[in-house]
Design a protein. Structure first.
Length: 126
């Protein structure tokens, strides 16, 4: 069954229902395909933006570490080093298997506890 359209005569308000012509049907299908492709591209763009932010947020946990990173923090990072490498590799591999409309993100390993600052000093920042 072909799709239908309701046309309204603006001067009388009379409504007429008719089937779409083959050309109109083809245009409707083309428009729907273009809209679906655009939605998928937006989903992939959002996916990659989030994935890249997650990778960037954990860059500082990879060696070489900042020169001023305290030994206690380096030791904590080493404790979870394999888990962080696995997490980051999972993020890199995700595009091959993910549904960009509903990505299931891996949970990151624990973050190291940064040392407290002395009163009046700014907190440690990377």
């Amino acid at each position: 069954m072909a799709d239908t359209v309701i046309e309204v005569d603006c001067s009388t308000g009379q409504q007429t229902e008719r089937e779409l012509t083959p050309e109109e049907q083809a245009q409707r299908e083309q428009d729907a395909a273009a809209a679906a492709a655009l939605a998928e591209q937006h989903a992939w763009d959002a996916f990659y933006e989030t994935r890249n932010l997650k990778l960037t947020a954990s860059d500082w946990l990879q060696e070489p570490w900042p020169a001023d990173l305290p030994d206690s923090v380096q030791n904590q990072i080493r404790q979870y080093e394999a888990e962080w490498k696995s997490y980051r590799q999972t993020l890199r591999d995700l595009p091959a298997t993910v549904d960009p409309f509903n990505p299931l993100w891996p949970q990151p390993p624990p973050l190291p506890l940064l040392p407290s600052s002395a009163p009046g000093e700014p907190p440690y920042r990377h």
